[in-house]
Ligand binder design. Structure first.
Ligand SMILES: [Zn+2]
Length: 324
């Protein structure tokens, strides 16, 4: 597991969410330090930020690192000196991939900044570490599956690889009018040669553990098996947990996160997992259960609309994606 002390220094959201995020990181550290070997990453270079991002976005990050300020429409903050944490996050995600190559599965608790697209910061994400890792792996000739379990659509990563057939992006998220970021309907399949390689599973509110489990079995496992990637990069956000103050509306419990962790470790190719979203204290426990602790909650049932949505999505994939 990857750890850098600067993970507890800064977060890129507005002041109201900085405190709970950093508390999550500290609790995570206290909980795992005795149990797991913690490997420090090397700090990434500023050049690494340019692997998938426009120079204009990188210049803006460097500029705001001096005086601080908002870098997007109002959600994403660069605090003075926070570049150091951002580079540690990027380094942490790369380190997780190195460890995964050796050990099969590795995890970094920060990272998964999936809302940043090529030239634009968004949703507490100044720049996209997971997309950067995916791009670097493809430069080594690998086919990569990017799996996004955060309650919010992985829109930035999807945009960056939308026209690529060597990268599968698969995002499972809540979709509901007014819920951030508002994209990720199942007909967003990719463009040009990338058509059929962007998969989205938009779930209704209160989907629950039972139906989410069916998504893992019927869609995620099947997609990974049939796409047959050389490497898997996962955004393991836990903000779909029912106690999460920003995203708990999917009504998930630690049972779902336990299952995701188990599934990821069962895949043949190496899997690098990143923390993603999750802003409540219960999410810390959920995150730990991803890493192997037994769940202590009853699984939540699923309403008819969740089951019918899954059927609808499956049918659409089967009709429109030849390889699926
Ligand atoms: Zn999220």
């Amino acid at each position: 597991m990857v750890w850098d002390d600067s993970f507890t220094s800064f977060f890129f959201g507005p002041p109201s969410v900085v405190k709970p995020w950093l508390e999550r990181m500290r609790e995570f550290y206290e909980a795992v330090k005795g149990e797991h070997e913690l490997v420090p990453p090397e700090r990434a270079s500023v050049e690494l930020l340019k692997v998938v991002h426009c120079d204009s976005l990188v210049s803006k990050i460097l500029e705001l690192n001096e005086e601080g300020g908002v870098i997007d429409y109002g959600d994403t903050y660069i605090y003075p000196g926070s570049l150091e944490t951002l580079l540690a996050v990027f380094g942490g995600t790369l380190k997780a991939s190195e460890l995964a190559s050796e050990e099969g599965f590795a995890y970094t608790p920060y990272g998964g900044l999936h809302h940043a697209s090529r030239c634009r910061a968004a949703g507490f994400c100044p720049a996209n570490d997971v997309a950067t890792l995916v791009e670097l792996l493809t430069r080594k000739g690998m086919r990569v599956a990017y799996l996004d379990f955060d309650v919010h659509h992985g829109d930035g990563t999807q945009e960056i690889f939308y026209a690529r057939d060597d990268v599968l992006t698969l995002s499972i998220h809540m979709y509901y009018p007014g819920f951030y970021p508002g994209t990720g309907w199942y007909d967003e399949l990719g463009a040009g040669p990338g058509k059929g390689f962007s998969l989205n599973v938009p779930l209704p509110p209160r989907t629950g553990d039972e139906a989410y489990g069916a998504v893992l079995e019927l869609i995620v496992k099947r997609a990974v098996e049939n796409f047959s990637p050389d490497f898997v990069v996962a955004q393991m956000g836990v903000d779909g947990h029912r106690s999460d103050p920003l995203g708990g509306l999917l009504n998930l419990t630690t049972n779902t996160y336990y299952r995701i962790g188990k599934m990821l470790r069962s895949f043949d190719p190496p899997v690098a997992g990143t923390g993603g979203g999750g802003y409540g204290r219960a999410s810390v426990r959920a995150m730990l259960s991803e890493l192997g602790n037994a769940p202590d909650e009853e699984p939540t049932p699923s309403p008819p609309e969740a089951w019918s949505r899954i059927e609808e999505v499956l049918k659409y994939f089967e009709e429109n994606i030849p390889w699926f």
